[in-house]
Design a protein around this ligand. Structure first.
Ligand code: UDP
Ligand code: MN
Length: 357
C-alpha cells in the first residue's frame, strides 16, 4: 500500500471508531434520562406550587400568587416539564372584585347597556349593589344583584350603606382588588386588569381620581378642640380601586357597618368618607390615576387615540346637553350615552357591532 493510501485507511478507521463511541455515549445518555425522569406527573394546564422557589427567596407564602402556570393548549406532559418557567405573580381578572352601585329606579334605565357591553367581559367578577329585589335583573345578571336593604334615596346615609355592603362583600370574597364603579360608568375591563398588574395588592393602594383641584378641608372636633383637616378623595363616579392589604387595614373603621357610622360622624358622602378613612385616619395617600373618568369632567376631551388606554368612562345629561365620549359608531338615537359605540371601538368582534371590512 502506498504511503498516502495507508494514511487514508487509518483516518477512516479512526473516524469510524470515534462515531461509534459518540453513538454509544448518546444512547446511554438517552436511556439514563428516560429512567431518571420520575416524580409526580403534571398535566398541562395544572398549577404547580412554587413554594420552594419562594422560600428560597424569602418571599411570603401566599399560595394564590406563588404559582407557576403551564400553558393549556397543545402541551404534552413532557413539553410542559421542559418549558415551565417561574413567572412573577400576575394579576388576572379573577383577582378583581368589581362592584357597581345602582338603585331600583335605574335598573331598567342604566343596566341594560352595561349588561350588553362590559359586563360580558367580567360576568363572574361583577356584582350590582342595589336597594330592592328585582327578579328580572337577578336573572339577567346570573344572580349578581345584591339587595343591600339600604334605603333607595340619594342621601348620604343610603349611599354609605351601599358602600359599606360593597366593602364587606369584597372582604368576604378574598379577592386581591376591590374596584367600585357607578352604574353610569363604562369599564374597560382588560385595561383595568392590566393596570392593576402594575401594583402589588399586598401593599396599601388607594387608586382613583379626585374631582376637585385642591384637597377637601373640613373642620373636625377632636377632644373638644376644633381642628382643620385636609384630605384627597377619589370621586366615586369615576371608579376607584383598593388593594386587599389596605382594605384589611381599614376593617376596624370600615367593616361590618362601621363605614356608615364613620360617614355619619363626618356627615359626608360615601366617596368622601372613603378618602377620610384612608388619607386622614390611615395616612395612606391617594394615588391619582388619570385613566379613570367621571362625568364631572368633559368626556369629549378624551382623544380617540387615547381611548384604549382609559380605564373608565361616564356620561351625563344636563338640560339638553350630553356630556359623552366623542366616538363614531351607532347613531345618537340608538346610542345616546355612546357606550355601544365605545364598546364596538374597543371590542369590534362583539356580535352586535357592525362588521368591518
Ligand atoms: N344612586 C343610588 N341611590 C339613589 C340615586 C343614585 O344608589 O337614590 C346611585 C346611582 O345608581 C349611581 C350613583 O348613585 O351609581 C350616582 O348617581 P347619579 O349618577 O344619579 O348622580 P351623580 O352623583 O353622578 O350626579
Ligand atoms: Mn352619575
Amino acid at each position: 500500500m502506498p504511503g498516502s493510501a495507508k494514511m487514508n485507511y487509518r483516518n477512516r478507521r479512526l473516524l469510524q471508531t470515534v462515531s461509534c463511541a459518540v453513538l454509544i455515549a448518546y444512547t446511554m445518555l438517552l436511556v439514563y434520562q428516560t429512567l431518571s425522569r420520575g416524580g409526580p406527573e403534571v398535566a398541562a394546564g395544572d398549577k404547580l406550587s412554587a413554594k420552594a422557589y419562594h422560600r428560597d427567596r424569602n418571599l411570603a407564602e401566599d399560595r394564590s400568587t406563588n404559582e407557576i402556570e403551564i400553558p393549556q393548549e397543545g402541551f404534552t406532559t413532557e413539553m410542559a416539564s421542559a418549558t415551565a418557567t417561574i413567572k412573577p405573580p400576575t394579576t388576572t381578572l379573577d383577582d378583581v372584585f368589581i362592584s357597581v352601585k345602582t338603585t331600583k329606579n335605574y335598573h331598567s334605565k342604566r343596566l341594560p347597556v352595561i349588561l350588553k357591553t362590559w359586563f360580558q367581559l367580567a360576568k363572574k367578577q361583577t356584582w350590582f349593589f342595589t336597594d330592592t329585589d328585582d327578579p328580572e335583573y337577578q336573572m339577567r345578571t346570573n344572580g349578581h344583584m345584591i339587595n343591600t336593604n339600604c334605603s333607595s334615596s340619594h342621601n348620604r346615609k343610603a349611599l354609605c350603606c351601599k358602600m359599606s355592603a360593597e366593602f364587606d362583600k369584597f372582604l368576604e370574597s378574598e379577592k386581591k382588588w376591590f374596584c367600585h364603579f357607578d352604574d353610569d360608568n363604562y369599564v374597560n375591563v382588560p385595561r383595568l386588569v392590566r393596570f392593576l398588574g402594575d401594583y402589588n395588592p399586598r401593599d396599601d393602594w388607594y387608586l382613583g381620581k379626585p374631582s376637585i383641584q385642591a384637597p377637601l378641608e373640613i373642620i373636625k372636633k377632636e377632644k373638644k378642640v376644633l381642628k382643620k383637616i385636609k384630605f384627597w378623595f377619589a370621586t366615586g363616579g369615576a371608579g376607584f380601586c383598593l388593594s386587599r392589604a389596605l382594605a384589611l387595614r381599614m376593617t376596624p373603621v370600615a367593616s361590618g357597618g362601621r363605614f356608615v357610622s364613620t360617614g355619619e360622624r363626618i356627615r359626608l358622602p360615601d366617596d368622601v368618607t372613603m378618602g377620610y378613612i384612608i388619607e386622614h385616619l390611615l395616612k395612606q395617600p391617594l394615588t391619582v390615576v388619570d385613566q379613570f373618568h367621571s362625568h364631572l369632567e368633559p368626556m369629549k376631551f378624551i382623544r380617540r387615540d387615547m381611548i384604549e388606554d382609559q380605564i373608565s368612562f361616564s356620561y351625563a345629561r344636563s338640560k339638553d346637553e350630553w356630556n359623552v365620549v366623542k366616538i363614531e359608531g351607532f347613531d345618537e338615537e340608538q346610542d345616546q350615552n355612546r357606550f355601544l359605540s365605545l364598546h364596538c371601538f374597543l371590542f369590534p368582534y362583539f356580535s352586535f357591532c357592525p362588521r368591518r371590512r
